[in-house]
Ligand binder design. Structure first.
Ligand code: SAH
Ligand code: SF4
Ligand code: F3S
Length: 478
């Protein structure tokens, strides 16, 4: 196979931030008949790891492939296989290496498969080298900024039997007008911004996703209106840091304005993620409180309860400031549910630091939480910090943290028993095919029996039983 390198990743370039304004690229792409012929009837399969940003990228790639006449395949034995990767922690990367191993076997028996690797992992030079060395049969590698071009890249690779590497590390622009084929008919992800400028010292995302850049208010509103017109029940506004929305636009819009604008369109359920505790202003809280269709659920990653660790993480708030913000939110937003992300075992986290985290968790009483053991990411400042804490100590702390979190998570589930809640029905429960499942406004997962006609509707469910991470209920007036 020939090789062509269009661009190679560079962490240095990826971390540059220019002061220039966000640039917008309104794409309207035409392809030659040969390109359509190439795709027509080919099956494709996309495996996505990582966060909602990657899921939304998958939906874009799916939309673009379907527009070319390709067909969605059911498994990894399809004609075109795309592995959409995540680099946020080592275990996310390990899953991808496992998947590439499976692909290698397929490649040895069915040579015509076109394999592509995209997403956040390939944005890191050393990881890309490792991928290409271990799995040399890969047809196309493309980065997070290249999605708009991947149809051409796969075509070129497939017709010229060339391995293509196209990963252009750059701050990035806002690309509008790409196709989309959504995974759900009822719930939709809407990007409001891309990238991140916070550079928390442990995090690779600002390097893999480029600078913080916002979509225009009008473009977001158009997408949301279109979703409502098509019967969607829930919109989740996406950004690594949604309360920074609009800062780069100089158009006078901020996240509070956007939330209000979308809420006013009348979508039954509006959610957003992720909000950074820093810069979450009072107006945002007031808007959430005053629109019943903005769900009373905030994912507010704290990462640690120790001021010293927070400072070394570059998080820009103290434990006291975080607690104050939580108190203000709880005071203004009735029945607010809170979830969080916490990292255990940040370099040289002491017992005292860890106890501060436990104390914070006990005080906030979260309704849900994601916990992680610190995973050094090459190229980030934290990866170079001295770390004397052993693996065993980190796992012991992890277990203890989960125990503390589960106290409030179980209690919040327990409190719901006997009450009736609005649930948006997602479909057949993944745990038991005799049940349906869906989420309450406060984002609790509920399993209940009922007819398939309920799928995609918001219905009343009475909670009969609670578990730590899910609830059992029955439909009211079925
Ligand atoms: N932008 C979002 C989160 C992006 S990553 C935010 O700021 O909240 C999701 C979560 O992964 C983070 O909140 C953090 O808890 C975790 N994470 C990120 N980098 C990590 C690392 N190097 N090791 C362990 N956990 C990490
Ligand atoms: Fe990573 Fe911090 Fe940006 Fe979140 S805010 S994506 S944790 S750098
Ligand atoms: Fe992973 Fe990239 Fe998202 S690193 S968490 S897929 S932004």
């Amino acid at each position: 196979m020939k090789k062509e390198v269009i661009n190679e990743p560079s962490l240095k370039k990826a971390g540059l931030r220019n002061k220039s304004e966000t640039t917008f690229d309104y794409v309207s792409k035409a392809y030659s008949p040969d390109v359509y012929k190439f795709y027509k009837g080919k099956t494709f399969f996309i495996r996505t790891y990582g966060c909602q940003a990657n899921v939304r990228d998958e939906e874009t790639m799916k939309g673009m492939l379907l527009n070319m006449g390709a067909l969605e395949g059911t498994d990894i034995e399809s004609d075109i296989v795309i592995i959409n990767t995540c680099a946020v922690r080592e275990n996310a990367e390990d899953k991808v290496y496992g998947e590439l191993g499976i692909l290698k076997n397929i490649y040895q028996t069915k040579k015509k498969v076109i394999t592509c690797v995209c997403g956040c992992m390939v944005e890191q030079p050393e990881i890309l080298d490792k991928i290409l060395e271990t799995f040399p049969y890969i047809s196309v590698v493309f980065g997070t900024h290249e999605i708009k071009d991947f149809i051409d890249l796969i075509y070129e690779s497939g017709t010229e039997n060339t391995q293509i590497v196209a990963v252009n590390s750059k701050p990035g622009e806002v690309v509008e007008g790409l196709a989309v084929s959504r995974n759900s008919k009822y719930k939709a992800y809407v990007n409001i911004m891309y990238g991140c400028d916070k550079f928390c010292t442990y995090c690779i995302v600002p390097y893999t996703r480029g600078k913080e850049r916002s979509r225009k208010y009008e473009d977001i509103i158009l997408e949301c209106q279109d979703l409502i017109d098509n019967g969607y029940q829930e919109i989740m506004l996406l950004g690594q840091n949604v309360n920074a929305y609009g800062n780069d636009l100089k158009e006078g819009y901020d996240f509070a304005d956007l939330l209000e604008g979308v809420a006013k369109l009348g979508i039954p359920r509006l959610r957003f993620t992720t909000s950074h505790p820093w810069n979450f202003n009072d107006r945002m809280i007031d808007i959430i409180a005053s629109y019943p269709n903005i769900m009373p659920f905030i994912h507010l990653p704290v990462q640690s309860g120790s001021d010293q660790i927070l400072q070394r993480m570059g998080r820009r708030y103290t434990k006291a400031e975080y607690l104050e913000l939580v108190a203000k939110m709880r005071e203004k937003i009735p029945n607010l549910a809170l979830s969080t992300d916490i990292i255990v075992g940040f370099p040289n986290e002491s017992d005292d630091d860890f106890n501060e985290t436990l104390d914070l968790v006990d005080k906030v009483k979260y309704d849900a939480a994601f916990t992680f053991i610190f995973s050094p990411r090459k190229g980030t400042p934290a990866a170079k910090m001295e770390d004397k804490i052993t693996k065993e100590e980190k796992s012991a702390r992890f277990q203890e943290l989960v125990k503390h979190l589960e106290v409030s998570i179980s209690a919040s589930a327990q409190r719901m028993v006997g009450n009736t809640y609005k649930v948006l029905v997602d479909g057949i429960s993944k745990h038991n095919p005799e049940y349906l499942s869906g989420y309450t406004e406060s984002n609790k997962l509920v399993h209940f029996k009922g007819g398939l006609r309920n799928i995609g509707k918001i219905i009343d469910v009475k909670i009969t039983e609670s578990h730590t991470y899910s609830l059992i209920g029955e439909i009211v007036n079925e």
